[in-house]
Design a protein around this ligand. Structure first.
Ligand SMILES: C[S@@+](CC[C@H](N)C(=O)[O-])C[C@H]1O[C@@H](n2cnc3c(N)ncnc32)[C@H](O)[C@@H]1O
Length: 328
């Protein structure tokens, strides 16, 4: 483990971030212990993480059930950016003249619930691992006739859901354990000419050549969002989809669009680390819930590097979009 002994500078004005990376790591280490957090690497904590984090996603992240990052192309945060991913899915629905759409890892249903009212002739199904997400999504879909949510894993997509025109997954396929298996199921579930859309974080191919502190920030982000095996590389996904018989239509690094949203989450998280009153919460709140503050604080460094003033702008993760098609 890299030693983190940098002094804390409470009024760090020399950085675009809330605090320099060295200070952020020092604060995280003092509050939680970096080694203690990283001890979860490789462990399957998805279920306890999402059960414990429900309050955080609802109260801190988005009160509308959105569980992904906002994408703002102009670099200014606007909550409308939470709809960006869904707009791309809408374009693919239009391009394929879709009648059936499947969302993998639909969470509390934000994307499907945003798309369904504008596409009354399309049937949407959301599939998610967590029973409480399905319950919330189903409740929110009460007024919609063209939507259903089912509990299940995209590692074993029920055959009853096959025959869809568009499949999409927003910030969920990072949890896949066997890419070939998931890619084969996506290919099997799509009709010929059908399209697959995914948005997610990815480790850059040169991940391990990033500065040690930036890598530590990324590993902390991964573990505190339950991606305990680390994000996949986009090249891994592209290869798995091609092996499954799909054709890649688009693979774009859109990290820049995620920066404003990441910095908003960082500012919210920094409050926790800077106030002793907030820090006291860690003694009474579930550990995976409270550790979301670590993910929020570290996010910008892993996609932007430690910052221009530190002389280090080498990042190790991207936020990217991947679109593939099943040939006719
Ligand atoms: C970060 S949330 C994103 C939710 C939603 N896509 C959104 O944009 O709001 C990730 C979701 O993936 C789900 N998930 C994780 N592993 C899964 C699996 N193997 N099968 C289905 N859902 C899974 C989690 O339960 C969680 O709801």
């Amino acid at each position: 483990m890299t030693p983190v002994s940098a002094p804390i500078t409470p009024h760090a004005k020399d950085t675009p971030f809330c605090m320099p990376l060295s200070e952020a790591l020092t604060r995280i280490d003092r509050t939680f212990g970096i080694d203690t957090i990283l001890a979860d690497e490789g462990r399957d904590i998805i279920s306890p993480y999402y059960i414990q984090s429900e309050l955080g996603y609802n109260r801190v992240h988005s009160q509308k059930g959105c569980m992904h990052i906002a994408l703002n192309e102009n670099g200014q945060f606007d909550p409308d950016g939470y709809l960006t991913q869904g707009r791309e899915v809408a374009a693919q629905i239009q391009a394929t003249r879709a009648k059936k759409v499947l969302e993998l890892g639909s969470g509390m249903g934000f994307n499907t619930l945003a798309l369904a009212p504008d596409h009354p002739d399309v049937h949407f199904t959301g599939l998610d691992l967590m029973a409480h997400h399905i319950k919330t999504a189903t409740k929110n879909a009460a007024d919609l006739k063209n939507v259903d949510f089912q509990q299940g894993s995209y590692e074993a997509v029920p055959e009853s859901l096959f025959g869809v025109d568009v499949i999409f997954g927003i910030e969920t396929l990072c949890y896949a354990s066997d890419l070939d298996n998931v890619a084969r199921q996506i290919a099997a579930a799509l009709v010929p000419g059908g399209r697959f859309v995914m948005y997610d974080g990815f480790r850059r191919a040169d991940f391990h050549s990033a500065p040690p502190d930036v890598i530590t920030a990324a590993r902390l982000f991964e573990v505190t969002t339950a991606v305990t095996n680390g994000f996949w590389q986009i090249e891994d996904w592209e290869a798995a989809l091609v092996r499954a018989g799909l054709v890649i239509l688009r693979s774009d690094d859109i990290t820049d669009h995620s920066i404003a949203g990441m910095r908003v989450l960082q500012r919210r998280s920094a409050k926790f680390f800077k106030s002793w009153k907030y820090r006291m919460l860690r003694h009474v709140m579930p550990k995976y819930l409270i550790r979301n503050a670590v993910g929020g604080l570290t996010g910008p460094y892993m996609i932007e590097g430690a910052g221009p003033r530190s002389g280090d702008t080498q990042a190790c993760l991207t936020y990217s979009v991947l679109i593939a098609e099943k040939p006719v």
